[in-house]
Design a protein around this ligand. Structure first.
Ligand code: THU
Length: 155
């Protein structure tokens, strides 16, 4: 016996973005510009859309003691849950700014951020859409955290 789960990622070119997507990208780009990432030079911005339309921003915050830093996604998610505990997160827009060549063409959130998103999605019992804009402006989207993390950890 085996358990199989497939992922579906939609790929949209810059010319085909919706106005909603473009607006969220604009916010996430502002966040990326404010990232503190002198060590990796990998600037990430995140714009979260909450259930009432409010936008919460986050960016990666590095530290001279490297492991003390945090990814853009978790900065934004924890800020949202700290300040708006009763609102759900509907959509996550991530913008990556780097001169590095990306091996997969785009960078999905890291495993730790996906686990946090997976847990939030379970708690709020409604799907969280995730979009990642790569440096070449192509948008990679999934309709549910499970598409990037099919087997999250749950107690
Ligand atoms: N980073 C993020 O902000 N989000 C991710 O999903 C992966 C990585 C940050 C952490 C670090 O500051 C830099 O990118 C390089 O790993």
């Amino acid at each position: 016996m085996e358990i199989r789960r497939e992922s579906l990622v939609r790929v949209t070119s810059e010319a085909d973005l919706t106005e909603r997507e473009s607006n969220l990208i604009e916010q996430a780009r502002i966040a990326a510009d404010n990232a503190y990432a002198p060590y990796s030079e990998f600037h990430v911005g995140t714009a979260l859309k909450l259930s009432d339309g409010e936008i919460v921003l986050g960016n990666n915050q590095e530290n001279a003691a490297y492991p003390s830093g945090l990814c853009a996604e978790r900065v934004a998610i924890f800020a949202a849950k700290a300040n708006h505990p009763n609102k759900s997160i509907d959509e996550v827009m991530i913008v990556v700014k780097t001169d590095k060549a990306l091996k997969q063409g785009f960078t999905p959130p890291c495993g730790s951020c996906l686990q946090v998103l997976w847990d939030v999605q379970n708690r709020q019992n409604s799907p969280i859409k995730i979009h990642v804009q790569s440096p070449d402006k192509t948008l990679y989207s999934v309709d549910n955290v499970n598409q990037f993390l099919p087997f999250g950890f749950e107690l």
